[in-house]
Design a protein around this ligand. Structure first.
Ligand code: ADP
Ligand code: MG
Length: 508
């Protein structure tokens, strides 16, 4: 049996408050395409950054051809023959194709020739690398003259120019159309047949089955398993990506859906080109509605339209007070909608502000809309949420960056609760936090909705972890290919059919 070129084992990596990788392993063999699969937030990009020297692992070993390596910078990894093409093409459109391929390591004339760049050699070199990929284009033309797919291939050519052992592609196809993807795949198969080990990160099932020999699935920062693509069915793969549904509902939860009230938020044919097919959806008072589906199925896109973070180009939203389209989050907030985004790092916690300041942020942002509270009242309010949600912090004045991920997440939840919204949209609220904190958070979510007196909040709950969606929701809407594909009520929830709907092949 051939030995792996690259072997990672026991890799751990944490960021403040977030365990991004826990005991991760990965093996790459020469002459194979290996798909690294996992939902958003599973840890794929972090693993690649560890592999390419962008991050240092907290623990674990990496071997190349059996020898331990520890790349400290991306240049180290490159020198070892580990080449990466990132999602965004990092090239200069106004330079020529050849310049892009050779930039940083131009062939030069000898010192007798003045040590200047040898342009004839640059062009020959660029043609040589492109020929390996069966691409014959004018290398003196500016890169911008070519399509995105050709640009993507130029990026690969650049990566392969100097003897590569391993080629890593992080979501290389996300901006390509079908024909371009096919071209790219032809090139990748050719490189594989030449003996290169290719690691291909994607969340598209079809592409994985079209290209990969072997699949490693990551979930929740851990390696779920390694499989031969031929041995793993589509359904089994999705099952491993989203997590096996629980065998039974935890007993401490009442599995009966509570009587829910009048609709508080309705989407009527709400859609946006390229993001979401017209969607009809209704959220009742005191109800937790879960959105399930794979990355790209339209979950976050739906949330953003309901919150006005993106503007719909068809359909409308109805709330108790109004009916229409949002043109900004401000309008949605004024209508009582709050959105706790999945992008915690960019839109979420402000790490050097205190827990209390972080909680008060959303309230302050809309204080123009309501009578101002005194500073003391605001502080008392923040302190109350710290107590009610059990946020573990030394004090309310501690910088939020010092809290664990789960407690940061609860503080963000408190931020939106403080605005007393009628509707709360939670996008991946449990991402990156530990099991215990997840359960606390889900309990808090259900308690907010299920009030005896019928004044509960209406909550839209989005999570990549199917067990969580099933555990938390009174009703689950399954999205696939940017449209609704099925709806289930708690109690009549059949986990297997939910999975089958998620995993079904898209209609041709
Ligand atoms: P994927 O590529 O599979 O979508 P990532 O590797 O980007 O997943 O993220 C894994 C987890 O690590 C997520 O919870 C993400 O929020 C967190 N994470 C990634 N990079 C950082 C960072 N620089 N600082 C803090 N958290 C991070
Ligand atoms: Mg990623």
């Amino acid at each position: 049996m051939t030995k792996p070129v690259l072997d990672l084992s026991g890799i751990h990596k944490s960021f403040p408050g977030v365990k991004a990788l826990t005991d991760v392993s990965l093996r790459l063999f020469p002459g194979e395409v290996h798909a690294l699969m996992g939902q958003n937030g599973a840890g794929k990009s972090t693993l690649i950054k560890v592999l390419t020297g962008l991050y240092q692992p907290d623990a674990g070993t990496i071997t190349l051809d059996g020898n331990p390596i520890a790349p400290k910078r991306t240049e180290d990894a490159q020198d070892l023959g580990i080449r990466t093409v990132y999602q965004e093409v990092n090239l200069c459109p106004n330079l020529s194709v050849a310049e892009n391929i050779c930039a940083g390591r131009f062939p030069r004339k000898s010192w007798l020739g003045g040590g200047r760049i040898d342009w004839a050699a640059v062009h020959t070199e660029a043609r040589r690398v492109l020929a390996q990929m069966d691409l014959d284009i004018d290398v003196t033309a500016p890169l911008s003259r070519y399509s995105l797919s050709v640009q993507q291939m130029v990026a690969i050519a650049r990566a392969l120019r100097i003897s590569a052992r391993v080629l890593i592609l992080d979501e290389p196809t996300s901006s390509l159309d079908d024909a371009a993807v096919q071209r790219l795949f032809t090139v990748l198969r050719r490189l594989r047949d030449q003996g290169l080990a290719i690691l291909f990160v994607t969340h598209f099932l079809d592409q994985t089955y079209a290209l990969a020999d072997r699949i490693t699935v990551m979930r929740n920062g851990e390696t779920e398993g390694e499989y031969l693509a031929a041995d793993l069915s589509r359904l089994a793969l999705v099952n491993k990506m989203v997590g096996a549904p629980p065998d039974q509902q935890p007993t401490r939860l009442d599995s009966r859906a509570p009587e829910t009230g009048a609709p508080v938020l309705k989407a009527v044919g709400l859609g946006r080109r390229g993001a979401l097919q017209p969607l009809d959806m209704e959220l009742k008072r005191g109800e937790v509605l879960g959105l399930a589906g794979l990355l790209g199925s339209g979950r976050t896109e739906a949330a953003r339209l309901l919150f006005g973070a993106d503007t719909a180009d068809e359909g409308h939203v109805e709330t108790e007070g109004r009916s229409g389209r949002w043109h900004s989050p401000r309008e949605a907030i004024a209508a009582g909608i709050a959105f706790c985004s999945e992008d915690r790092k960019h839109e979420g916690a402000i790490l050097d502000l205190s827990v209390r300041e972080n909680i008060l942020l959303a309230l302050q942002a809309r204080s123009g809309l309501r009578l101002c509270m005194s500073r003391e009242q605001q502080q008392a309010l923040a302190d109350d949420y710290i107590k009610r949600l059990g946020i573990k912090t030394a004090s309310a004045d501690t910088p939020i960056g010092q809290l664990s991920g789960g407690n940061q997440q609860k503080a963000l939840l408190a931020r939106w609760l403080a605005t007393e919204p009628a509707v709360l949209i939670l996008d991946e609220p449990t991402r990156g936090i530990d099991v215990r904190a997840k359960e606390d958070l889900m309990d808090a979510v259900r308690a907010l909705a299920h009030k005896e007196d019928g004044t509960g909040m209406s909550i839209l709950f989005i999570s990549s972890e199917l067990p969580e969606v099933l555990h938390c929701s009174d009703r689950v809407l399954v999205l696939r290919d940017r449209r609704a594909a099925g709806e289930y009520r708690r109690g009549e929830l059949d986990e297997r059919s939910v999975l089958e709907v998620i995993a079904a092949e898209p209609a041709a």
